[in-house]
Design a protein around this ligand. Structure first.
Ligand SMILES: Nc1ncnc2c1ncn2[C@@H]1O[C@H](COP(=O)(O)OP(=O)(O)OP(=O)(O)O)[C@@H](O)[C@H]1O
Ligand SMILES: [Mg+2]
Length: 525
């Protein structure tokens, strides 16, 4: 780079590469098109998966937009912006990553056509911004209210989010399970219902198939059960939650105790035993049937508690203790002598099952029948239980978002189509060049139903033309159904925020990139 004046002044390193003018936008648009071409085949219920070979040698098969984008090592700045757009959608909404990135890609693609015709980028930006406002207004006007009590609507949200994913086969069963789980963990915050997805845990039960998956009001984990007599089922139990060791405090300093006679040794051992007995008796006096603690347990204390028919589970991490406390309604205690009746949690039962020892710990502990706002979905075995759990977690996030925002929109491209109509109608009334930007925006919105149809294996142009005509004529939501035909999509429901957030951020990203007239690369690439 050189300044004007008396002579050239170099202000950047020699290898710096600068691209200016229309070439910048065309490069960005080409990158967006390349990225969109990777993702477009995965969109929708009939989208195919991608096999990802990661730089660390791992191989994964997925259609999840966020996972695909995170696996790509992108260096082009335009494509990087689209990757950040996808990340923002994943972080804030948890779904709709593919649609959002594809919409931004389509907006840039449409803008490229106008740029080639000589339309100034800022005119396109103006058109896009006006269109975004109109599209959002239309979408907000067609949202469907949804609350925690609309169990039928929420089951449909789960079904939509599971369509095309590993859990789809048991979609009805999982729909009921998610709705029940949400009912247990929801609480009123201010004057709104809220649910925290973190209060619904998922785990592999290791038993039966997917159809045997079940929901427990409580928590479950695998851990070696210390003594045989602690195994079995105990009903109606009180639980102590202790974030400490159950043993005598160790001296921090090096100390030596000098014993001169055998009697001294016996007295010393007896004193130790008395202390352990006292500790065990204090714990028993608290009234708890089960002791869950984060630290170690002295053998003598363990045995005395076992003799009193108590269950002791040690070495739990703080997260497990919090889960037990939340489910059972107990309070975590940091110092065992402080334990009192009011700190105890309650559960309908605790089951400690001993399994044949293998290399992996197989014993399992199930605390269930709790009243607190924490539940666990125990998922039966299938070929890809992890992928099933990932799908269920996404559907849970979709429901929590629908409940907290309180609104839903129909999917299958029907909401995109409705927004495109609104933008087209508004563009008709605009006399200047901004209209071109608005019309381009409407075409980009139509790219979503286009790709859904194309992925379902039908002719996308015919599908789009028919969709336009049917959507105008019908009062019911019409979109691309799962088999690619045009039809009612009243069962296909998604949180409105999915599209509202995606549309706003896709438009912002496209406008941001169109405003760019120079790319300066300090690395020279
Ligand atoms: N049963 C269905 N019938 C018709 N369309 C459906 C159905 N289920 C989902 N869809 C549509 O599929 C699209 C979502 O596809 P997909 O889940 O592959 O992508 P995404 O949600 O945009 O991104 P990602 O899930 O990767 O974050 C939405 O437009 C949705 O309306
Ligand atoms: Mg999705």
């Amino acid at each position: 780079m050189q300044g004007g004046g008396s002579g050239p002044v170099t202000i950047v390193r020699e290898q710096t590469n600068v691209i200016s003018g229309p070439e910048v936008q065309q490069k960005i648009i080409a990158a967006a098109r390349a990225l969109a071409s990777i993702l477009r085949g995965t969109l929708g219920p009939r989208g195919l998966d991608k096999g990802l070979y990661k730089s660390n040698g791992e191989f994964a098969v997925t259609s999840d937009g966020a996972r695909i984008l995170s696996g790509l090592l992108i260096k082009n700045p335009g494509a990087k912006m689209l990757v950040s757009l996808g990340r923002s959608q994943e972080l804030n909404v948890g779904d709709g990553v593919t649609s959002t990135v594809l919409l931004a890609g389509a907006l840039l693609d449409e803008a490229g056509r106008l740029l080639r015709k000589g339309v100034h980028p800022l005119i396109i930006v103006d058109g896009y911004q006006a269109a975004t406002k109109i599209a959002i207004e239309r979408l907000e006007s067609i949202t469907i209210p949804c609350s925690i009590n609309d169990t039928d609507l929420l089951s449909r949200v789960v079904a939509t989010s599971l369509t095309g994913r590993a859990a789809e086969a048991e979609c009805e069963r999982f729909g009921e399970m998610m709705v029940e789980a949400l009912g247990h963990v929801s609480h009123v915050d201010g004057n709104r219902d809220t649910c925290d997805a973190e209060d619904v845990l998922f785990d592999k039960s290791g038993e039966g198939g997917l159809a045997d998956s079940r929901l427990i009001r409580g928590t479950y984990w695998k851990q070696r059960i210390p003594l045989e007599r602690m195994t079995g089922l105990r009903e109606d139990v009180s639980i102590a939650i202790l974030n400490c060791d159950l043993k005598q405090r160790e001296s921090k300093r090096d100390t030596e105790i000098e014993l001169t006679t055998a009697d001294d040794l016996e007295t010393f051992i007896a004193a130790q035993e008395a202390l352990n007995e006292k500790m065990a008796d204090q714990l028993i006096a608290s009234g708890a049937d089960v002791f869950c603690c984060s630290g170690e347990v002295e053998r003598a204390v363990l045995h005395r508690l076992a003799l009193a028919d108590k269950v002791v589970i040690s070495d739990l991490d703080i997260k497990q203790l919090r889960h037990i406390a939340k489910a059972s309604g107990g309070r975590m205690v940091e110092h065992s002598p402080d334990l009192s009746l009011s700190d105890l949690g309650h559960a309908g039962s605790i089951s400690c099952e001993r399994r044949a020892a293998t290399e992996e710990v197989q014993d399992r502990i199930i605390i269930e029948g709790c009243e607190g706002p924490l539940v666990t979905c125990l998922i039966g075995s299938s070929m890809g239980t992890e992928e099933v759990i990932r799908g269920l977690y996404d559907s849970l996030r979709a429901c929590t978002l629908a409940i907290s925002e309180g609104t839903l929109l129909h999917g299958g491209g029907s909401a995109h189509m409705s927004a495109a109509f609104a933008v087209k109608e508004a563009a008709e009334k605009v006399a200047d060049r901004t209209r071109l930007g608005m019309e381009a925006f409407a075409r980009a919105l139509e790219a979503i139903p286009w790709m859904l149809a194309s992925n379902a294996g039908v002719d996308a142009l015919d599908a789009l033309l028919e969709l336009r005509s049917q959507a105008r004529a019908s009062d019911e939501p019409v979109g691309i159904t799962i088999d690619g035909s045009i039809g009612g999509v009243s069962d296909v429901l998604e949180p409105a925020e999915n599209l509202l957030h995606g549309l706003t951020t896709a438009s912002e990203t496209a406008c941001g990139l169109l405003r760019c007239d120079q790319v300066i690369s300090a690395r020279g690439d």
